[in-house]
Write a new protein. Sequence first.
Length: 288
Amino acid sequence: MTPTAKIIDGVALSKQLREDVAKRTAALKARGVTPGLAVVLVGENQASQVYVRNKVKACSDAGLHSVLEKYEAAMTEAELLARVDALNNDPSIHGILVQLPLPAHIDAHKVIEAISPAKDVDGFHVASAGALMVGQPGFWPCTPYGCMKMLESIGYDLRGKHAVVIGRSNIVGKPMALMLLQKNATVTVCHSATADLKAMTLQADVIVAAVGKRNVLTADMVKPGTVVLDVGMNRDDAGKLCGDVDFAGVSAVASHITPVPGGVGPMTITMLLVNTIEAAEREAGVHP
Ligand code: NAP
């Protein structure tokens, strides 16, 4: 099959958006405010170590101040809650991110709820989720927010379009559906109990795949001209990073597609920077 879909390049779009963050950071610094992000990592999860390193590096590249707090897996829930409280009250920190997953003895929900909503740059706090639900200002979770920016980058008007989201997690699928709805799409949310996934995706103008399984979306499930965003992060048989979408097959049918790697992944970190600069601007009273 001949690939016809245009690639939505998350690296190139991230570069543009990060340049804007760097400008806004410089403007805040000129007013005496250095935007700061605290990233808290508990335990030795290998993937988490890479994620937090990338987040901290992206911050410093854009001129933001960032602090990486690493703790042993044996840290107690009370100790972590005390750290979150200290960061809530630290005026040099505008955004707090507690890297998930946390060790099993710590209640992740309790920890996320302890973060001040004003510093919840991951957008996982119930207050942030509620704000998104009712269309009030608040921090949007970075991955679906990045997907919205990708649609915006191709000038895609969601009004009246049918968007199908595959996956209903609190961090990707559900907020994704709400963001698409807010932009006037008609939204269908699919999940592991969906009876006929293909029947749903064949009706879609936009598909967001956020499952975590290879080849969840294949060419026969996509009508010509569909925009396909691939959030999934999986490994293929050769151990290479791949998404949920059969990229080669779907590229021959879709109008636009995001690659893995180089698609939604870089956008997630970019939107973390965007949320952090916004938190600092709000705190400084300069955000509209
Ligand atoms: P998750 O919490 O495991 O949720 C997966 C969702 O997929 C669930 O809602 C599940 O349904 C649904 N599902 C599972 N099998 C299905 C099937 N056969 N057909 C339809 N739906 C199915 O995962 P997540 O945190 O949302 O992440 C999803 C993927 O995105 C993962 O690969 C993750 O690594 C990746 N991710 C990437 C980024 C990035 O920056 N690129 C960020 C976050 C996540 P049920 O609810 O019924 O179980």
